[in-house]
Design a protein around this ligand. Structure first.
Ligand SMILES: C[S@@+](CC[C@H](N)C(=O)[O-])C[C@H]1O[C@@H](n2cnc3c(N)ncnc32)[C@H](O)[C@@H]1O
Length: 260
């Protein structure tokens, strides 16, 4: 079953994604949390302050909360937080599906809706965007991070499908090949020291780590993408695009939109 790769009006794909087709995000997040450092938390905190400024007293919905790191630091910064995920990493995160309209209609409206790297993994990205932004209060904002259209989408799709269908050894080989390709590109094209790139990765990536992101890139399925021009064309009604940080191919571009 293929997701909506051509960005046609979303099909109800996710409902048909079999459990075996879906990457086990929660497992990856449990590994992430097992070695989370104070320095990573500080990078996560800084990224929220950078986007939203003072969070105290503001309501914050984290859609697809993953490890829960951003929900936790948003709460530390004084926000009133609700966080859910399709595949929660621990009991502190509620189980919920952004594509489940009944669930979404029941969770209220928020000053800030945060959904970083999530909606392109649902199997029906544009439906998920609609459902997510409906949770923004009048005058509130949503920060959506969505994969930038990759140059070689069929290769990425093939890799992700192979990854999820492979036994542990196959997964390790795919992760190793992917990590090698990323690090070789850093070294050969950008003249960056790969070891320093790995070491400094959390500082550039909201506290994430290189190896956990490799696993997420290799396996993250379902998988869709967009780009800034398509996002502008399909901007949800009633919203303005306040700012966008465009990431290169394979990265997540960040769109901050405000409800009029
Ligand atoms: C790449 S992770 C991003 C996690 C987190 N937002 C962050 O920034 O670290 C994507 C997350 O989206 C979640 N997800 C996928 N489909 C979802 C759905 N339909 N509803 C809610 N969460 C979903 C996955 O379980 C996973 O934890």
């Amino acid at each position: 079953m293929e997701p909506n790769l051509d960005s046609q009006p979303a099909v109800a794909y996710a409902a048909r994604v079999e459990a075996t087709d879906r990457f086990a995000f929660g497992e990856n997040w449990r590994k992430f949390n097992a070695s989370l450092t104070e320095e990573q938390r500080a990078h996560a905190r800084a990224s929220l302050i950078d986007w939203f400024g003072d969070l105290s007293g503001r309501t914050f919905l984290d859609i697809g909360a993953g490890s829960g790191l951003f929900a936790v630091v948003a709460a530390e910064l004084g926000a009133k937080v609700r966080a859910f995920d399709y595949d929660p990493a621990n009991e502190a995160i509620e189980r919920g599906d952004v594509l489940d309209s009944n669930y979404m209609d029941g969770i209220g409206e928020y000053d800030i809706v945060y959904s970083w790297g999530v909606l392109h993994h649902t199997g029906a990205m544009w439906d998920a965007i609609e459902n997510a932004v409906r949770r923004v209060k009048p005058g509130g904002v949503a920060l959506l991070a969505l994969y930038t259209r990759p140059a070689f989408a069929p290769i990425q799709i093939g890799m992700k499908r192979a990854y999820n269908a492979s036994p542990g050894v196959g997964k390790l080989l795919i992760r190793t090949a992917w990590a090698t390709a990323v690090l070789a590109e850093r070294l050969l094209r950008r003249r960056e020291n790969p070891l320093r790139y790995i070491r400094e990765y959390p500082a550039r990536s909201r506290g994430m780590t290189f190896w956990r992101d490799v696993e997420d890139w290799a396996g993250g399925w379902p998988f869709e993408y967009t780009d800034a021009s398509e996002f502008r064309r399909r901007l949800p009604a009633g919203f303005v695009l306040e700012s966008v940080k465009v990431a290169g191919q394979g990265g997540c571009s960040e769109y901050l939109i405000a409800r009029a």
